[in-house]
Design a protein around this ligand. Structure first.
Ligand code: BGC
Length: 396
C-alpha cells in the first residue's frame, strides 16, 4: 500500500435503530442474521441504519497481541478498538475463506466491510505491498480470488456487504504510468477491476472503487484524468448497479475538514485546491457523476486523528505520532459522503523498515516514519499503542 503524489512536479454506525426496537430485542435477536435477502439500492446510503461490523479477525489479532500486555488501561482501550467496526482486507488467496466466515458472523444490524486487494502486480509504484500475483496472472486473479469471493457472498444474500475495490490501483495508472511496473500492470488492473465489479455485483453489496486521496488525484492536473480512468473501468464492467461510488484516504492520513489544509503553505499548493478530503470528495464527485457513475464516497478515518506529522504529503508509511480517528459513522454532515469508516486496521504495518528486506520501500525509512516496523499487514504493538494514546476522540 502506498500513496504517491501525482502531479508530475507535483463511531460505529450505531445508527438510530429506533430505541424501542432495541428495547424489545434480547441479545440473541440483536445478533441474528437478517431473515430475508438484503437489497442495497444504489442512491441510498447502505451505512445508514447499519453498524460497520466489528469483525472477529481484527478482534482476534488484537486479543493475541494483548496476551503480552499487562497495563490495564491499554487492555481496556484495546478491547474498545476490537468492538469498533472496521474493514477486513482479503489480501491473499489464502484469506478468501474468511469471507464465508465473515458472512456467518454478521448480524442484521450490521454491514460487513471487505477490501478487495490482490491484483496482479499489486502496489506497482511502491514495494511494501507487492502482492502474490505477478503481472500476467489475471486468469488466476479471476478464478482463484474473485470467483470464490463472489461465491461466498452469493451464498449469503441476507448479509449487507460493503466492498472497497483495489486500493491505489487505478490512481497509480493515472499518475505513475511512467514506471514500467505500472505501465505493464495497466491491462491487468483495468481488466481485473472491471471483472471484480461485474462479478461481485450482488443486490446485497455496495461497491466503492478506490480513488486515492486529495493529495493524489486532487491536483488540478489529475482530477479529470483520475475521474476518466475510474469511470472508464466502471463502464467497461457494464456499469454494474451495485457500484455506489468511490473510497478515499484508504490507509491514509488526511483530515476530512481542515482549513487551512495541512499542506496549504507548500510552494505547489496553488496547484491543488483539494487540501482536505471533504473538498476532494466534493470536487471529484461531480466529475465521476458526469462520467455516468454514481458518485457517493466513503472515507477512511482510522488513523487521521493527528495532523501536521508528515514532512511531505506523499509520505504514506507508518506515520509517526498518528492516532485513531473518528469512529465509523454515517453522520458525516456531507450528503455525498455515505460514511466515515475504518479501513486500515490500526496496528497493522504499512511496510517494513528493514532496509535489507525484499519489500523494503524507502518511504518506510523516512524521518517521519515510525521505526522499527514489520512487513505490511503485520502487527506492530508499539504503533498500536501510539494510535491509542493519540486517539481523537479518546478511548476513555
Ligand atoms: C498490506 C496488506 C494488509 C493491509 C491491511 C496493506 O498495506 O499490503 O497485506 O492486509 O495493508 O493492513
Amino acid at each position: 500500500m502506498k500513496f504517491t503524489l501525482g502531479l508530475a512536479a507535483c463511531a460505529a454506525v450505531v445508527v438510530a435503530t429506533p430505541t424501542k426496537t432495541v428495547e424489545k430485542r434480547d441479545a440473541s435477536q440483536a445478533n441474528a442474521a437478517c431473515a430475508s435477502a438484503v437489497t442495497l439500492a444504489a442512491g441510498s446510503n447502505p451505512f445508514s441504519g447499519r453498524t460497520l461490523h466489528a469483525n472477529s479477525a481484527y478482534a482476534s489479532e488484537i486479543a493475541a497481541a494483548m496476551q503480552s500486555v499487562t497495563d490495564t488501561s491499554i487492555l481496556a482501550q484495546a478491547s474498545k478498538v476490537a468492538q469498533t467496526g472496521s474493514f477486513l482486507w482479503i489480501d491473499t488467496i489464502a484469506r478468501v475463506p474468511l469471507v464465508a466466515q465473515m458472512m456467518t458472523e454478521t448480524p442484521c444490524t450490521d454491514i460487513m466491510g471487505l477490501v478487495i486487494y490482490d491484483l496482479p502486480g499489486r502496489d506497482c509504484a511502491a514495494k511494501a505491498s507487492n502482492g502474490e500475483l505477478k503481472t500476467g496472472e489475471l486468469a488466476k486473479y479471476k478464478s482463484d480470488y474473485i470467483d470464490p469471493i463472489a461465491a461466498a457472498i452469493k451464498a449469503a444474500p441476507n448479509v449487507a456487504v460493503a466492498l472497497i475495490i483495489e486500493p491505489d490501483s487505478l490512481p497509480n495508472l493515472v499518475t505513475n504510468a511512467n514506471l514500467t511496473t505500472c505501465s505493464s500492470s495497466k491491462s491487468d488492473y483495468e481488466s481485473g477491476v472491471a471483472y471484480a465489479l461485474k462479478t461481485l455485483n450482488f443486490p446485497n453489496v455496495a461497491m466503492y472503487i478506490d480513488a486515492g486521496h486529495g493529495g493524489w488525484l486532487g491536483w488540478d492536473a489529475n482530477l479529470k484524468p483520475g475521474a476518466a480512468e475510474i469511470t472508464k473501468v466502471y463502464t467497461a464492467a457494464g456499469s454494474p448497479k451495485q457500484v455506489f461510488g468511490f473510497s478515499t484516504n484508504v490507509a491514509g492520513w488526511n483530515a476530512f475538514s481542515l482549513s487551512p489544509g495541512e499542506f496549504s503553505t507548500a510552494s505547489d499548493a496553488k496547484y491543488n485546491k483539494c487540501q482536505d478530503e471533504k473538498t476532494y470528495i466534493d470536487t471529484f464527485s461531480p466529475l465521476i457523476k458526469s462520467g455516468g457513475m454514481p458518485a457517493h464516497a466513503i472515507m477512511d478515518t482510522g488513523r487521521n486523528a493527528v495532523q501536521g506529522l508528515r514532512a511531505a504529503w506523499g509520505d504514506w508509511c507508518n506515520v509517526n505520532g498518528a492516532g485513531f480517528g473518528v469512529r465509523p459513522t454515517s453522520s458525516t454532515g456531507d450528503s455525498l459522503v455515505d460514511a466515515f469508516v475504518w479501513v486500515k486496521p490500526g496496528g497493522e504495518s504499512d511496510g517494513t523498515s528493514d532496509t535489507t528486506a525484499d519489500r523494503y520501500d524507502s518511504f518506510c525509512g523516512h524521518d517521519d516514519a515510525f521505526k522499527p516496523a514489520p512487513q505490511a499487514g503485520q502487527w506492530n504493538e508499539a504503533y498500536f499503542e501510539m494510535l491509542l494514546k493519540n486517539a481523537k476522540p479518546a478511548f476513555s
